[in-house]
Design a protein. Structure first.
Length: 128
């Protein structure tokens, strides 16, 4: 286990079993959807981040934790197509997808959304 994995596991210990189990399933799904992305821990923000570089420039998505659930935060989600209407949130830039069960992670629409977020990140960074 890497130091980052240990840090993330330690961070998740503060949450109830159901939240921790859902977060673990989401971590595995994001590792698959975002190959090579670094997982970071933001304790004050109560989230895990998935990025390909430092700061917001490298960010693709987050896992947002609460005592009752897990959300996949999509960086600049308002700019992405969401034909299935999975994303929620009223912010001008970011959106999130509420996970109810681990089965939600298998939804083709969520996989397409994560692929679109990764493609948008690559397009933003290639343009610079």
């Amino acid at each position: 286990m890497s130091a980052r994995e240990f840090e993330a596991d330690s961070f998740l210990e503060a949450y109830p079993d159901g939240v921790r189990e859902l977060a673990d399933a989401a971590r595995k799904a994001l590792a698959k959807a975002l190959p090579g992305a670094a997982e970071g821990v933001d304790k004050p923000g109560k989230m895990l981040s998935y990025s390909y570089g430092p700061g917001y420039k490298g960010l693709v998505c987050t896992l947002l934790m609460s005592k009752t659930g897990v959300k996949v935060g999509i960086f600049r989600g308002s700019e992405l197509p969401d034909p299935a209407g999975l994303m929620q949130g009223a912010g001008k830039v970011h959106r999130h997808v509420q996970l109810r069960t681990a089965a939600d992670l298998e939804r083709p629409e969520l996989k397409q959304l994560l692929a679109a977020a990764l493609a948008a990140f690559r397009a933003r960074t290639a343009a610079k």
